[in-house]
Design a protein around this ligand. Sequence first.
Ligand code: NAD
Length: 292
Amino acid sequence: MSATLLMGKPIADKINEQIKKDLFEIKEKYDIVPSLVSVLVGSDLASKSYSGRQKKSADAIGIKYELHELPEDTNEEDLLKFISQLNDDPQVNGIIIQLPLPKGIDEHKIQSAIAMKKDVEGITPANMGLIVYERPKLCPCTALSAVKLIESVGADIFGKNLTVVGRSAIVGKPVALLMLQRKFSSTVTVCHTGTAKAGTLPYHVSNADVLVVAAGSPELIKGDWIKEGAIVVDVGFNVINGKTVGDVEFEIAKEKASYITPVPGGVGPLTVSILLQNTVEATKWQLEDKTI
Ligand code: NAD
């Protein structure tokens, strides 16, 4: 039997409704419209277009969005100074650093400089650490999107095997940590290039009641590895000969899975909504807790 498609849009629509209610309350209570600042260094076309899509979504929902374009030759020190100004500016509630940054700038150093309460992409060590302590505040948008998709199925996953393929700091690792939280209590396995080298990727995938793949390798996961009835979330986004494909061999996998995200249409449509939700959460955090 063919799997049910797990689409991102209906979940995004619900999140957007909640954001609108929250924005109304913030306006009523504090007379504030949350604002998001995106920093783009240089002229990366993909970042520019991504930023444009973020702005369109922010405008549509009623969050201010401002793009700051800095010249290609901006150095690390200047960028750190700029971030520090944004951190101190009470008119700014959320900060996004568009990647990639030009050569010579340490991405991790730059991302770590964002104030934790303005870190709407959930990428600072402080916000990552809160996930480890099961007190998540602002989580990486794509990782949280994958978790929301799993939750939306409403299946009993307590103690069940969840395999994550990919160990990046913004997707694989935070998905694993979020799903380890006691409220989900999945039994988590994380696979990576070492697993592939060891030849045990099919084994770990075939054990997964829930599978999340974020490897960035087209159709890496063969359809016949999938466990019968598994929930499959494919984060991968690869363009091959003008066609977008995920990291999972979709056509075969969908005959074995009970739920599967299509690519595109699964994780993608959710991530901007999560970013905007994080902006609302960040604003509330700044307004309600002045301690840090
Ligand atoms: P990344 O390159 O930082 O990390 C990929 C991870 O996958 C690495 O940890 C690596 O160990 C693992 N990996 C790579 N090849 C592998 C293999 N052959 N076998 C086993 N493990 C392997 O990538 P990322 O930033 O985590 O993104 C992963 C994918 O998700 C990419 O396709 C990216 O485009 C996509 N993505 C989509 C969205 C979205 O909104 N839809 C957002 C972010 C990332």
